[in-house]
Design a protein around this ligand. Structure first.
Ligand SMILES: Cc1cc2nc3c(=O)[nH]c(=O)nc-3n(C[C@H](O)[C@H](O)[C@H](O)COP(=O)(O)O)c2cc1C
Length: 218
């Protein structure tokens, strides 16, 4: 029997990453234990049409963020790891400093001390040195820093394609098999993309580069 995966959603922009992660895990039959920060609750209303009830319904178990006596607050409760999607700088900072003032941070700290995979999808830009130092500190303690940075080699056609690629990279880190995006095999180089004229090479993807140039030059 597979152990549960802890999922936390915090108040960075991109709470849709957390929703899509929960949806993917549900489809894969992976048990999930969810913690939502208070700020995440606000961002659902700002950024999506999901009600909190709908988000909670995607998980098998939901804990209030204030419940520091919940099962996931103890290392004796076994899990296969934890993903924070998205992760604010505030939560990153608390995790990096073991400042376990809520259940999201306590569960993350427990995940680290038990040497289980902890994936932080940190979202902020631009980053000052303090942010970078916090990431280094969390990484030194064993966390994987996995900012939701889009890739384009899988030829995304929608925002969901981009979201799913980042979610898939997070699932890779906790060893969960999935089919969320087309992986780079090294074999299909240029198969889908006839070479652009020399005048346009180096500017990006085929039509995308032309469109981008058009926008840039008016
Ligand atoms: C619309 C919106 C977008 C935000 N985006 C980010 C973000 O990308 N990264 C971040 O660190 N904080 C962001 N914040 C600020 C956090 O929500 C705020 O620092 C909050 O206190 C974090 O609490 P939490 O870590 O418990 O969720 C955003 C806030 C709002 C309202």
């Amino acid at each position: 029997m597979s152990l549960p995966l802890v999922v936390a959603i915090t108040g960075a922009t991109g709470v849709i990453y957390g929703v899509e992660l929960l949806r993917a895990l549900k489809e894969l039959g992976q048990e999930t234990h969810l913690i939502l920060s208070e700020a995440a609750g606000m961002n659902f209303a700002i950024e999506t049409d999901y009600s909190l009830e709908e988000v909670r319904a995607l998980a098998d178990v939901v804990y209030p963020n204030k419940d520091i006596g919940a099962a996931v607050a103890s290392g004796s409760f076994r899990t296969r790891g934890m993903i924070v999607a998205p992760c604010t700088v505030k939560t990153l900072s608390a995790i990096a400093n073991s400042f376990t003032y809520n259940l999201v941070v306590r569960a993350a700290d427990v995940t680290l001390k038990e040497r289980r995979p902890l994936v932080l999808m940190v979202r902020e830009t631009p980053l000052h040195k303090g942010h970078l130092e916090l990431m280094t500190r969390a990484a030194d303690c064993g966390a994987t820093i996995l900012p939701p940075m889009p890739a384009f080699y899988h030829r995304p056609e929608s925002i969901m394609d981009i979201v799913h690629q980042s979610i898939g990279k997070a699932l890779d880190q906790v060893g969960i098999e999935h089919n969320l995006f087309r992986r780079w095999s090294g074999r299909d180089r240029g198969a889908a993309a006839p070479e652009a004229p020399a005048s346009e090479r180096g500017a990006g993807t085929r039509s995308g580069s032309r469109d981008a140039l058009r926008v840039a030059t008016g």
